[in-house]
Design a protein around this ligand. Sequence first.
Ligand SMILES: [Zn+2]
Length: 67
Amino acid sequence: MTPFESLAGALAEWPSLTRSLLMHHPATGGVCPACSTPGGRIVVVAPCSPRALAETAQKIRAQRGGR
Ligand SMILES: [Zn+2]
């Protein structure tokens, strides 16, 4: 298991945080508003890493029989 999968597995136990990440980090739409600094030089294109992590956590939770 990779560190990414381990982290996603831990996040799977925390559905409210998973939902929050999915809400604030869109899968599409170009720039991720949560990861990009407003007016800044750091621009993160969606889907970002937190989004991928939350989606992985959601899949793991579903596999474990949660919602
Ligand atoms: Zn993001």
